[in-house]
Design a protein around this ligand. Structure first.
Ligand code: HEM
Ligand code: FES
Length: 343
């Protein structure tokens, strides 16, 4: 977690994840190149390189943007989230190869500086059919570059989670730029509507997934807690919470995770200190609440990460009365020890 800087903390899970990414990318490139050579034997090496890397980058971008909503809809997708940033860096690398070769092929032969040529060789900025679409790809690439170089936890801690998260939300702006880059480009050089159709299907699927995940979260946020007793609100029956797992409740706009561990209930703030992962969707591993996103851990009775780590989350009081769970939504200072409620 946050004690010291290390380049990449490799473990078995990360190696397997990266192995799958490599196998997927190699298979995609092999298939793309074979099909192009089969159906378009006149395609040059540069065209194959530019097109195979660009389409792979766009496919990876769709996978990356689907992982968040998918994990909110179904926990089975959680392992995909664990190393999503490696997927992001891979996507950036392929889009960089595409962009750099695009600049070399289309802008390096004139006397103008290639970067200036990218913006000035076509100045039809007011026309949709002739728009200089490559400029849009350039700005998307800059966003992906900034995200890739700040993807390490070193930057997360130095920039602060809020700044880091805000920067990484720009992926949606980059996605819109990429969609416009492809759409406006395709109408200039491609007659086959299949590209537009594939991209349209991808964008529609992403929008639907995000809407479904948003609706599910809204349901939790809209829960009404009517019964109240000296500051405590009734939230659920005790046996609704599985052992070593939690239920999340949203009271006064704060999400709280109530965990069951060794015949006791404990409540902590639902938001992980690393990147805001939902702690209530994790489980207890080795006696610690373990974040489902990247495995940060917190002790159930005080919300503190076990030494030598220093992260802390707020704790809350819970009571159990005749199998009914009551929660006090007033937070204690981060890391405050609470007794928990005996079942
Ligand atoms: C400096 C940045 C970029 C430049 C100069 C650039 C340039 C180009 C060019 C010249 C084409 C047409 C290629 C052709 O005629 O076959 C193209 C198409 C395309 N670009 Fe980019 N691009 C850039 C960034 C990006 C990024 C960041 C992505 C996505 C991650 C992307 C995705 C695509 C896709 C999917 C196509 C359509 C398929 C293809 O023809 O390659 N581009 N781009
Ligand atoms: S958000 Fe990364 S470990 Fe919790």
């Amino acid at each position: 977690m946050s004690t010291a800087y290390s380049a990449v903390g490799w473990n078995r899970q990360k190696k397997i994840y990266d192995g799958w990414i490599a196998a997927f990318c190699i298979s995609y490139l092999a298939l793309f190149i074979s099909l192009t050579l089969l159906f378009n034997s006149e395609a040059t090496f540069e065209t194959i390189l530019i097109r195979s890397t660009s389409t792979l980058a766009v496919l990876l971008l769709h996978i990356i943007l689907s992982i968040g909503p998918l994990t909110r809809l179904n926990k089975k997708f959680m392992p995909l989230l664990y190393n999503r940033r490696h997927l992001g860096v891979t996507m950036f690398s392929f889009s960089a190869v595409h962009g750099i070769f695009g600049i070399i092929q289309f802008h390096s032969l004139s006397n103008t500086n290639p970067l200036l040529s990218l913006f000035l060789s076509n100045t039809n900025y007011g026309s949709i059919p002739a728009f200089p679409f490559q400029a849009l790809g350039f700005f998307a690439l800059i966003i992906f570059f900034l995200m890739a170089i700040t993807s390490h936890d070193f930057w997360l801690h130095n920039l602060s989670p809020i700044v880091w998260k805000t920067l990484h939300m720009f992926v949606y702006a980059a996605y819109i730029l990429v969609v416009m880059h492809v759409m406006l480009g395709v109408i200039q050089y491609e007659k086959n509507p299949v590209f537009v159709l594939i991209l349209f299907t991808g964008s529609a699927s992403l929008i639907i997934l995000h809407l479904l995940a948003g609706l599910k979260e809204r349901k939790i946020d809209k829960m009404k807690f009517k019964l109240q007793e000296d500051g405590f609100v009734y939230v659920c029956e005790a046996d609704e919470i599985e052992d070593s797992r939690a239920k999340i409740f949203c009271i006064d706009q704060e999400r709280i995770a109530v965990y069951r561990h060794e015949q006791k209930l404990y409540a902590i703030h639902n938001v992980c200190k690393h990147q805001g992962g939902p702690l209530g969707e994790g489980k207890i591993v080795d006696g610690c609440i373990t974040c489902p996103w990247h495995g940060y851990q917190y002790l159930p009775h005080n919300g503190q990460s076990p030494p030598p780590f220093k992260e802390r989350v707020s704790t809350y009081d819970v009571r159990v009365n005749h199998n009914k769970v009551w929660l006090n939504p007033i937070a204690f200072a981060e890391g405050t020890e609470r007794e928990g409620a005996l079942l």
